[in-house]
Every structure is written in structure tokens, then in C-alpha cells.
Write a protein that binds this ligand. Structure first.
Ligand SMILES: *Cc1c(COP(=O)(O)O)cnc(C)c1O
Length: 405
């Protein structure tokens, strides 16, 4: 079968049978290796989408592939009615990064956040002396993104995400990011938790400042609130620290993670610090698929490779000249690029207008990147991306900006 026939067939099948909930690029990907992917006509792309920060080790890292293949031939799924050694080991390893506490495994970022929201509810019940429906409110940030489930969507104050789905889950209010006073003014007797992304990804790459995070920590301690951080996108090494909040020198009470954790295999997790770790009890939460031997083998391989290949140090080192080069582009092409916000391998390019034509031009020039809210292009290289690949991304951007004069 000719590749072009595959292309037409795939496009036709999508048109006919796949739900129309995505504005998908007209591109069919069939193979990947490291930071590169190939489409069905053999065209090669530098993949700085990484499946939206998921393929943290690039595509098909040999150690990851071997670990997943080995586990697939051994035992794939057993449910949470029984123990499995990989889940035990992964919990132990994550606690090594997050601190003393407990871990719950699920399958996605939205599910991790859903568990956090339920944790906040349980904490509120405890805070209110066992009464339900009294202390249940959660303060989130404007421009946040926490996922597409009812809880996550209700914590995501964006019209394009909430439209058509009201009534939402009650109990969410929204403060101005990096404005401690704004968050403080929303706290009432009914508040159970503060819940923010350490770095907003979908909202356009906006980070909590270290001072703001330290301020939130103090507010939560003072008012007996849980500080819950959504590290689904910015965690698992993306900023050059395992968790982005490490840069602020604080520790939250709970963390939601997913995306990069499985290196491409679906897995999510909630870490809960000791203070709140015993709020869940048998029956109070669960999932059929969470923490399977296979998903945990994939995540363990990710952690092994991050550690063995010193990827955190490499991200911290390599990002400095790369972000400097990107900032130079902003001075060369102010008519296109007005700001560069970078934290490790999570970079936002603030464009002067709609990023869509740039995404298409970058695709033609051989690079895949996603957009974000507020006319932002995101650059999400795999953590394994080399200085040469980072430099190549700058050259492709320069060419596209030049051609569009
Ligand atoms: C992607 C994302 C989510 C949702 O994760 P899914 O796996 O798509 O459910 C939640 N929070 C943040 C910060 C994200 O980037």
C-alpha cells in the first residue's frame, strides 16, 4: 500500500468516524525515535510537542521499550484488588522525590486532580468536625487548566472549556496568579484548600513566583488549608527539578502528576503528604486501571532513565543557552515574537498575534510544537533533547520568522 493511500484512508476514517472534539492538524504520524517523528509520507519532524509534555524521554527510548516489552510478557493488569510489586516500588520512588506521605495511582492528569479535589473535600469534613457540606471550597487561579472532568473543568475558569456543560461542580473561586492578597481575600470559613499549577501550561506558560508559593504555603498553614499543586505538566523533570515547586523551596500537602510520568504510557498519580495521607480509607476512592504492573513498569523506566542519564542536570544546563538564543530571536523579530518565558524545557513564546499560522509554517519547516492560551507557542522538547536539537529549533524558528518578514 502506498503511503499516500494510507494518508487518505486515515483522513477519511477520521472524518467519518472520530468524534469532532479536536481541531487536529492534517498530519498522520507513524514512527518516532528520540526527538524525531516521521509522517506517513516519510517526512521527518523535530518533535517539540512531545505528545504535550508526555514523551519525556523522547520516542521509543530503548531502555523504556525493553522495560515495557518485558513487563507486557510477564503481567499487564491485575486491578487494585491485589498488590503488585511495581506499584509498591513506584510509590517508594515517588516518595523519594516528594517527601514522606502516600501515593494513589490513576491514569491521567484529570484523574489525579479529581483525587486532589476529593482529598480537599475530606480535609474540609475533618476541619469542620465531621460535618459535610460546610467546608468544601477550593481557591484556584485565573487562567488555570486542571483537566476536562467535572471537577477539573470546574477548577478551570475558561469559557471555551466550561461552555455548554453547566451547572458545574460548586465550590471553586479564583484568585489572581502571583497576587497573594487576591488569594488571601477569598479565604473564608468554608475554604478547604488552595489548588494551583506551579507553572500554568495551557494558560500560556505563567509561573508562580517563589515568593507567591511561599506566601501560599504560609496562608495555608495559618488557615489550616491544604496546599495542592498541579504538577501534571511542569513536573517529572520538565523544569530541571523533578517537581517545579522545588525551585521555591517549599513542600505542598498534595501533588497531582501525570503526563511525563509514564513516558508515553498513560499513568497519573496523587501524592499526599503525611498530614493528610490518612483521609482516604477503603472504599472512599478507587479506579480499575490505576497503577497496573505495566503502567508502573513504564514509569519506573522513566525514573531510571532520568536518574541514570542525569537528565535533570542536563535540562538545567542545556536550557540556559537555548533560552538565551530564543530571547535573541525576540529582539530580532519583535513583529512576531514579543516575549519568551522559559523554565527548563517548558518554554512559552508570546506571539504578536494568532499562533495558528506560525504552527503551520513551523510544521512545513519540519518542527512540531503546540500552542497555549493567550497567543502563545509552547516548546516542549523531550528531556533527552541535545544542545544540537535545541539549536535546530532556534534555526527553524528564525527561518519561519524571516520568511514571514
Ligand atoms: C494536561 C493537564 C491536565 C489534564 O491532564 P489529562 O491527562 O489530559 O487529563 C491537568 N492539569 C494540567 C496542568 C495539565 O497540563
Amino acid at each position: 500500500m502506498q503511503p499516500s493511500v494510507v494518508r487518505t484512508q486515515t483522513a477519511d476514517l477520521y472524518d467519518a468516524h472520530v468524534l469532532k472534539n479536536y481541531a487536529r492538524a492534517a498530519l498522520t504520524l507513524v514512527r518516532g525515535r528520540g526527538a524525531l517523528v516521521w509522517d506517513d509520507e516519510g517526512k521527518q519532524y523535530l518533535d517539540f510537542t512531545s505528545g504535550i509534555a508526555v514523551s519525556a524521554l523522547g520516542h521509543c527510548h530503548p531502555h523504556w521499550v525493553a522495560a515495557v516489552q518485558r513487563q507486557a510478557g510477564e503481567l499487564i493488569h491485575t486491578s487494585n484488588l491485589f498488590r503488585n510489586p511495581n506499584q509498591a516500588e513506584l510509590a517508594r520512588r515517588l516518595i523519594g522525590y516528594a517527601g514522606p506521605g502516600r501515593v494513589f495511582f490513576c491514569n491521567s492528569g484529570a484523574e489525579a486532580n479529581e483525587a486532589l479535589i476529593k482529598l480537599a473535600r475530606l480535609h474540609g469534613v475533618q476541619k469542620a468536625g465531621g460535618r459535610e457540606g460546610v467546608c468544601y471550597q477550593i481557591i484556584c487561579a485565573k487562567q488555570a487548566f486542571h483537566g476536562r472532568t467535572f471537577g477539573g473543568m470546574s477548577a478551570t475558569p475558561q469559557e471555551k472549556i466550561q461552555k455548554g456543560f453547566r451547572p458545574l461542580t460548586p465550590g471553586f473561586s479564583f484568585g489572581e496568579l502571583n497576587n497573594l492578597e487576591s488569594f488571601a481575600s477569598l479565604i473564608t470559613e468554608q475554604t478547604a484548600a488552595i489548588f494551583v499549577e506551579t507553572i500554568q501550561g495551557e494558560g500560556g506558560v505563567h509561573a508562580c513566583t517563589p515568593e507567591f508559593l511561599r506566601g501560599l504555603r504560609a496562608l495555608c498553614d495559618q488557615h489550616k488549608l491544604l496546599l495542592m499543586l498541579d504538577e501534571v505538566q511542569c513536573g517529572i523533570g520538565r523544569t530541571g527539578a523533578f517537581y517545579a515547586f522545588e525551585h521555591a523551596g517549599i513542600r505542598p500537602d498534595a501533588i497531582g502528576m501525570a503526563k511525563g510520568l509514564g513516558g508515553g504510557f498513560p499513568i497519573g498519580a496523587m501524592w499526599v503528604g503525611e498530614k493528610a495521607a490518612d483521609l482516604f480509607h477503603p472504599g472512599s476512592h478507587g479506579t480499575t486501571f490505576g497503577g497496573t504492573p505495566l503502567a508502573c513498569a513504564a514509569a519506573l523506566a522513566v525514573l531510571d532513565i532520568i536518574e541514570k542519564e542525569h537528565l535533570l542536570e542536563k535540562v538545567r544546563r542545556n536550557c540556559i543557552p537555548w533560552i538565551l538564543e530564543l530571547k535573541k530571536l525576540a529582539t530580532e523579530f519583535p513583529q512576531h515574537l514579543t516575549d519568551v518565558r522559559g523554565y527548563g524545557y517548558l518554554v512559552g513564546l508570546q506571539m504578536s498575534g494568532d499562533p495558528a499560522p506560525y504552527l503551520a509554517a513551523l510544521r512545513d519547516a519540519g518542527m512540531l510544537v503546540p500552542s497555549a492560551g493567550g497567543n502563545v507557542i509552547r516548546l516542549l522538547p523531550p528531556l533527552t533533547a541535545t544542545p544540537e536539537e535545541l539549536e535546530q529549533s532556534v534555526q527553524i524558528l528564525r527561518k519561519v520568522f524571516k520568511d514571514r518578514a
